[in-house]
Design a binder for this molecule. Sequence first.
Ligand code: AMP
Length: 194
Amino acid sequence: MRIILLGPPGAGKGTQSKRLVERHGVVQLSTGDMLRAAVAAGTPIGLEAKDIMARGQLVPDEIVVAIVADRIEEPDCARGFILDGFPRTVAQAEALDAMLLEKNLSLDVVIELKVDEVALLARVENRIAESGGEVRADDNAEALAKRLEVYRSQTAPLVEYYAETGQLVSIDGMQPIEAVAAEIDKVIKASAEA
Ligand code: AMP
């Protein structure tokens, strides 16, 4: 199973991805997690990404595309993967299409988690409060506002992109976590049967 979870910061992509990993034994590919690991390890990519991420902007396409291209070659991706936070631009989506085509693979479904922005701010504030002080460098009001703006301008066009390919299913991400999870399971089941 190969799935993209699409949605703005705080929509629940990470939470739902982790659940899918547990239930379906697939791999979660979160470019945000991979980049944070690179920042923590002080790799050349991490050094380049650090300030960009802290400002809530996007890391250049060629960097993330290369990271994903390498990662999906790993044997643990053979059973499938959930892309969480990638693609984030139309150029990344096109690069992903080319990558999959080359491997003779296809996406099963692109699931959009739809949420309203007021709730997003509350969710991220919650995440900050619950973290006990260990906050992500980009979990602050200013970076969040930037991340939302970037989502609207650069990532939201992917909704149209995947609607046109017929791969998009939108889910109400404002529901409780379990209800969203149940809808995601339904969508996955339907796409497996199609
Ligand atoms: P996330 O954990 O998905 O919210 O990502 C955190 C930050 O990492 C983003 O605000 C970007 O700076 C960077 N990032 C993660 N994924 C991507 C991507 N696909 N393209 C560009 N930048 C990304």
